[in-house]
Design a protein around this ligand. Sequence first.
Ligand code: FAD
Length: 423
Amino acid sequence: MSDYQLAIIGGGPGGYVAAIRASQRGLKTCLVEKEKLGGVCLNRGCIPTKTLIHSVYVLELIRRAEEFGVTVEGEVRAEMEKLMARKQKVVEGLVKGVGALLKSNKVDVYEGQGKLAGSGLLSVKDSSGAEQTIEVEKVIIATGSRPAQLPSLPLDGSSVLSSDDALELKEVPGEMLIVGAGVIGCEMACLYKSLGSAITMVELLPRCVPLEDEEISALMARELKKKKIKLIVEDSVTSVRQEQGGRVTAVLDKGGDITVDKILVSVGRAFNVEDLGLEELGVEQGPRGHIVVNEKMQTNVPGIYAIGDVIGGYMLAHAASTEGIVAADNAAGIDRMMDYNAVPGAVFTDPEIASVGLSEQEAVERDYKVRLGRFPYRALGKAQVLGEIAGMVKLVADEETDRLLGAHIIGAHATDIIHEMVI
Ligand code: FAD
């Protein structure tokens, strides 16, 4: 008999949720994590960014206090050390909570690097280099992702930063160049702008948040401009050079250069697939290196499943968790398929963006006869009450059936109200 009926490699929002589900389904389950429980989401992603973003929300609200008839006397400023300390406290509390949840659900946690070591075997190497082999019936790979690097922009952790580094800064950079105006780039731009950095963004594609509906991207670009965040589109950085005094210059493809204190590279994510023993077992990988799975989250190798960022799909924490539940159920012999019809996406910029389903462009490409509904925030009583009148709600429907195909919101609390559209 094997040591475990199911082993999970990776303790992020995919892996830990899968482990708990599997245990609740009666499988003897273990989880292997080489760093900290909670993965990117809790330690270097969703939670730390959103905690810092909430701090600057408080800051901006106090700055605008007079608008609401409230007088604030004295200096109002954010203190990096205190902001970061609060962020750390929130992160540590949640990481501890995950550990407690795993324990109370009787999941054994192994600290170390997990690797498929042949059919039915998993090796775990701890930080001292000691290795042990566990016999397992089935495995879920939930190893996630890390910041992608560009050959022209090698990360150095001091002047050329990844999003991981940007969450550990001790001082607010005077000037910052953000390469990549996707979700992470735009969130960081709004965050550091509020803290006092002068921000320029460079994006290769023709628009910021390029995966959103075009109209939403255009409104976001307008909001960035209002904040005096400079957005350069259809351009890229070809090289960087260090300057005296720790500054750094980025050379742009279309000519010109920009000298700043820090460059933040947010150009996507690389999959954690190395050193997992995938090739030896013949686990299929896609052209981008991600692990290929079917709707049951099964790889091509029987008994091996994969979920979360490492499968290169939505790259969202809640998607990873749902995939984890589906994989765990299938591993427990309960037939389940992943349904991606209504996966919400949330962007914690100022204003927020949230969407679900098809954009107008996607609906047209799929030959729907599209009917649109739009409503501006400024016409909404609640928006006037909050003094948050920038934004709109856009609904995309099928004219023939009146079915809602997609919903796109930019504006205050977009990430809270998208759920009604999801339902
Ligand atoms: P991960 O969270 O990457 O966890 C994988 C875990 O596996 C890690 O802990 C890693 O140490 C471990 N691991 C890797 N290899 C091994 C091995 N061989 N052995 C043992 N352990 C291993 N998503 C949202 O939904 N909302 C947001 O607001 C949001 N904000 C984000 C902000 C930032 C800055 C970033 C970077 C990401 C954000 N995301 C957000 C994305 C979200 O963090 C990821 O989609 C999510 O963490 C993916 O979960 P996962 O379980 O697949 O992998």
